[in-house]
Design a protein around this ligand. Sequence first.
Ligand code: 3PY
Ligand code: MG
Length: 267
Amino acid sequence: MMENRTQVRASAHLRELWAADRPAFGMWSLLADPVVAELVAATDVDFAVVDLQHGFASFAELPTLLQAMRSGGMAPVVRVPWNEPAQIMRAADSGACGVLVPMVNSAAEAAAAVDACRFPPQGSRSWGPMWGGIRADGAPAPEVADAALLCFVMVETQEGIDALEEIVAVPGVDGVFIGPNDLALSCGYGRATYRDSEVVGRLLDRVIEVCVAAGVVPGLFCSDGEMALHWAGRGARFLSAGMDTGLLREGIDALAARLTAHVRPTA
Ligand code: 3PY
Ligand code: MG
């Protein structure tokens, strides 16, 4: 089915980049508007993340957002609000090519996330492809759906750092996605970033190193392109590089500044 082909293509594109040890750069979607979703999906970024934890969209809007992205040519990754099987399964049914699971603090929690991503006998995902009866070519075979769905666990707490070696060893974990904001808060560094704190930078380096040694993909939330390029250079391979809200704001501010400067040149 088209749905399935779009999902398979999206995760295959990412896997090809990683097989060649190349970084995947993506967009972070906070807005719940299907037109913006289609626009994001029609660009040349390698992936998009629809953020259901801290974005404006909820599960009610998700099928429509993913439908819009599919018509833009992309099946995005969905960050679910929590490590909850029903949420992971719903995101996968809706058409995600992968999930980011927040606040994973132990191997058992990572194993639970993987379990929700895979159909039996590998896991306990419940069968119910929502688009199957709507789109012409039916539902994906369970093993095809399993192979296409990327499972990224987010390490973003001191507890997660303490259990990192066990987390990356869990079979079926495709990668670790670092949430640098929560990680700094949880580890006692407040709102510090790698830009103003060497110790924060070293912490991120260590997560990347442990992932690489374990053969899983190191990912990182980046607030801008400069940050994404910096961490791609240090080995991260799954990097968000901008947010729809931030880029819209930046574009409008830059335009307004240009127009204002033109009309009222400084003396
Ligand atoms: C974090 O930085 O904690 C994130 O989860 C990114 O949104
Ligand atoms: Mg976070």
